[in-house]
Write a protein that binds this ligand. Structure first.
Ligand SMILES: NC(=O)c1ccc[n+]([C@@H]2O[C@H](COP(=O)([O-])OP(=O)(O)OC[C@H]3O[C@@H](n4cnc5c(N)ncnc54)[C@H](OP(=O)(O)O)[C@@H]3O)[C@@H](O)[C@H]2O)c1
Length: 242
């Protein structure tokens, strides 16, 4: 049975990705940090559908020294690892002039440093299964998001990391990315009219669904044996908008 580790899997896009892999027969390792209640509900549901098919692993991805152990615990579930999905992310504005070192560390740490060190620690196991890594980027990695410079820089570097690791880990491990457009509104409060402005810039005229991202991630991880080093935009055409 194949197994997949998904970071930040308790809710939202991470949970949708977990459901997609589980439906396809994978055993899933659900990583979370604070969302213990949500992840237990998700894991219980999956184990009711198929006994012993899901476990949860808690961890703060900013603790770089713990990332090797996280991979070891994930591998211990099934004795193998077939896919690593780097989904967890901090996301908030950091207007220039007021950026703190703590914000830099959190945004770069969760969106770039942790995916890198998880990939490095997971690589030997992924090599032995000829597995795959999928990094969840952002359409704003190419088209910087105003007032979010640190997040935008982190995601741009994550896209670069995807291409770099694809070269480093070939031919055994494929490394790709998915760049979502607007799929789920952030949990932080949004200004009046902010959502309408975003939707106006989407050629398909609406925000996407978590399943759109989950299907793209599954395709790249499992159904695309000749694709590596690519970033697939799933954004309703947002990246075409000038
Ligand atoms: N939502 C969108 O429309 C959208 C658009 C573009 C790109 N994306 C990208 O798609 C991915 C998923 O988006 P989302 O909106 O579902 O994400 P999210 O809800 O903002 O965050 C996902 C999870 O990341 C975890 N996380 C954050 N910092 C962490 C840390 N230091 N250590 C461990 N876990 C940490 C949190 O886990 P806990 O709750 O357990 O603490 C959180 O639930 C992200 O990479 C995001 O950048 C999303």
């Amino acid at each position: 049975m194949k197994s997949v580790l998904i970071t930040g899997a308790a809710k939202r896009l991470g949970a949708a990705i977990a459901l997609e892999f589980h439906r396809a027969g994978y055993d899933v390792i659900l990583h979370y940090r604070h969302s213990g209640t949500e992840v237990e509900v998700l894991s219980t549901g999956l184990n009711q559908e198929r006994p012993h098919s899901a476990i949860t692993l808690q961890g703060d991805l900013l603790q770089t020294v713990s990332l090797g152990a996280l991979i070891e615990r994930a591998v211990a579930f099934r004795g193998r690892l077939d896919a690593l999905i780097n989904n967890a992310s901090a996301f908030y504005p950091t207007p220039l002039g007021r950026v703190t070192e703590a914000q830099w560390d959190e945004l770069i740490g969760s969106n770039l440093r942790a995916p890198f060190f998880l990939s490095q620690a997971g690589a030997p196991y992924l090599r032995s299964t000829r597995g795959a890594i999928v990094n969840i980027g952002d359409v704003h990695a190419e088209r910087m998001l105003k007032d979010f410079p640190v997040y935008s820089i982190a995601k741009a570097a994550l896209h670069a990391m995807t291409r770099s690791l694809a070269k480093e880990l070939a031919p055994d491990v494929r490394v790709n990315g998915v760049a979502p457009g607007a799929i789920l509104w952030p949990e932080r409060p949004m200004a009046a009219g902010e959502q309408e402005v975003v939707v106006e810039q989407i050629p398909l005229g609406r925000i996407g669904r978590p399943e759109d991202i989950a299907r793209a991630v599954f395709y790249l991880a499992d159904e695309a044996p000749y694709v590596t080093g690519q970033i697939l935009s799933v954004d309703g055409g947002r990246s075409l908008f000038s």
